[in-house]
Design a protein around this ligand. Structure first.
Ligand code: ADP
Ligand code: ZN
Length: 527
């Protein structure tokens, strides 16, 4: 079915060369063309750009696009210019003459689209400049950056509420690929989008196969994945620290896989060069911190692997969303272990943030842990998190659906572990990390056990029914469920308020039994 020949449809055909709108594009575009405000939630690759580009071309004046992605502005503007769209940008990386030229074009009404950085809008001179031209709309891209609890918070976004005050008649469209309903409300409030219509597209990315595995020998596990399932494919590997980015990239190169590092500590030129190689060449692997990827439009990224636990489900969703934008089968693979939980709790505890910040960071981490530990479909958990209820659904394309994990009742094991922590604390006044508690349970005679005479504890050797890796799983699960906590620099285990419920048998603990890793390639998209 073709859409009726509205001016918007004409621009879609003539300028962008597309036959029809996708998803909610037509409704969103019509709403903004008519002067309405909009808040658009659409997953990566959903086609957000057209939602403001077409109204900007249809309405008289220049569409002002606020984007935090300064590094990509040049590319975005170049791409538009090859289509014959009159686009320009203003940012701090630009030289004076260039800037004057763009300013003049804007004032003379010779621009359809003008990209500006959020910090630029706070400058009085820029505001006066905007007053001298005609603005058709404001588009606020990556609008979740306004959320203080989010993973991409940019203080300059808070200033964007002034758009409404200073230019009350100019329609505004805010767009993001990531937002829970709480974040959505926060965006609407902070940007003063009181009367905006909300458009929410489905967050499902059916061609992405979600897999979360216990982290044993992460590099070997990663190498296996790349060699057996993704030889010669482009992909992104996320690590938490700059140091591990460097090491993993080196490791892959030594093993015959061409990998490039990307993190904020690299020289700007090296970073830009690596990014453009990744975009232009086939089959390169980018090993990166989360500094990499926002706004990257590479359609054939076949896998996104996480070697460290993301800080939130939003982050995980956004990072994995960079895989498979072309709709072809792709893998989202995450290796997660006890150490991740300990490390992230520690980071939250030692952060400079206030109580609220820490509480929020904990909440985000808990949700991420719940996704890791779930015994049901990963996709339905993920979608439920974003408010799309899929309960009872089996997607057929995540590790849980492909190889349903057996769950087992780990309540007794959990009690043994908690009572070890309790005894150390009560009888000895000591606190130890997970390793020592597990050694006690399995009855290991290490130097450290002898030194502290932990073989004299009544719990010594009472947990031989489980292997050490299984015990680590139990600790992970208890931490995820909040029945146990870690504190201090060494990540020592301490009981929580809800530990007693487990010890008294009032709370049950169900665990995923570790199964052989899933090794099927993703089936073609569900129809
Ligand atoms: P997002 O910003 O939501 O991640 P983009 O705006 O970059 O997504 O669009 C993703 C891809 O889909 C781009 O290559 C774009 O050209 C393409 N696209 C968007 N809308 C349409 C459409 N109506 N028909 C065909 N292709 C489209
Ligand atoms: Zn599933």
């Amino acid at each position: 079915m073709t859409s009726p020949p509205t001016p918007a449809y004409d621009v879609l055909n003539r300028v962008f060369g597309y036959l029809d709108f996708r998803g909610q594009q037509r409704e969103i575009i019509e709403h903004v063309v008519d002067g309405g405000d909009a808040l658009v939630l659409m997953p990566t690759g959903g086609g957000k750009s057209l939602c403001y580009q077409i109204p900007a071309l249809v309405r008289p004046g220049t569409g002002v696009v606020i984007s935090p992605l300064i590094a990509l502005m040049q590319d975005q503007v170049d791409a538009l210019r090859t289509l014959g769209v009159r686009a320009g940008f203003l940012n701090s990386a630009q030289d004076y003459d260039e800037r004057r030229l763009v300013e003049a074009e804007f004032v003379n009404g010779e621009l359809d689209l003008l990209y500006v950085a959020p910090e630029g809008l706070g400058v009085a001179a820029t505001q006066r400049l905007l007053d001298r031209g005609k603005i058709s709309l404001f588009a606020i891209d990556e609008a979740h950056c306004v959320s203080q609890w989010g993973h991409d918070f940019r203080p300059d976004y808070l200033g964007l509420s002034m758009l409404h005050e200073r230019w009350p008649d100019v329609p505004r469209i805010a767009l993001t690929a990531t937002a829970t309903s709480a974040t959505r409300e926060e965006i609407a409030t902070r940007l003063r989008l009181d009367d905006a219509r909300h458009f929410t597209a489905s967050f499902d990315r059916p061609n992405i196969q979600y897999r979360i595995v216990p982290k044993n020998e992460p590099r070997k596990q990663l190498l296996d994945l790349l060699r057996t399932e993704h030889p010669g494919d482009s992909g992104i590997i996320y690590c938490l620290s700059r140091a591990s980015v460097e090491k993993v990239a080196e490791f892959l190169n030594q093993n015959g896989i061409t990998a490039l590092p990307y993190h904020a500590g690299l020289d700007n030129r090296v970073r830009a060069a690596n990014q453009s190689r990744f975009l232009r060449e086939d089959g390169l692997v980018m090993v990166a911190t989360i500094a990499f990827g926002m706004g990257i439009d590479k359609p054939d990224v076949r896998f996104v692997a996480h070697l460290d636990l993301p800080k939130s489900v939003e982050g995980y969703y956004q990072e994995t969303g960079r895989a498979g934008r072309d709709g072809q089968p792709s893998t989202a693979w995450l290796a997660y272990g006890l150490q991740d939980v300990v490390q992230q709790r520690k980071m939250i505890e030692s952060s400079d943030g206030d109580v609220n910040f820490r509480r929020n960071a904990s909440k985000h981490l808990d949700a991420m842990l719940a996704l890791c530990e779930t015994v049901s479909c990963r996709r339905s958990e993920l979608l439920a998190y974003f408010g799309q209820d899929q309960s009872g659904d089996n997607c057929g394309n995540c590790d849980t659906c492909l190889a349903p994990p057996e769950s087992w009742d780990a309540t007794v094991a959990a009690q043994k572990l908690l009572s070890t922590v309790l005894r150390l604390q009560r009888e000895r006044g000591q606190k130890f990390g997970a390793g020592q508690s597990i050694d006690i349970l399995v009855g290991k005679q290490t130097d450290k056990i002898k030194q502290f005479r932990h073989d004299q504890l009544s719990v010594f050797g009472i947990g031989t029914e489980l292997r050490e890796t299984e015990w680590r799983g139990v600790v992970r699960k208890l931490l995820a469920a909040g029945h146990l906590a870690v504190e201090g620099e060494y990540g020592t285990l301490v009981l929580t308020e809800s530990s007693a419920e487990v010890l008294r048998g009032q709370a049950k603990v169900a665990m995923r039994r570790e199964v052989a890793p899933v090794k099927t390639r993703a089936p073609k998209q569900r129809s």
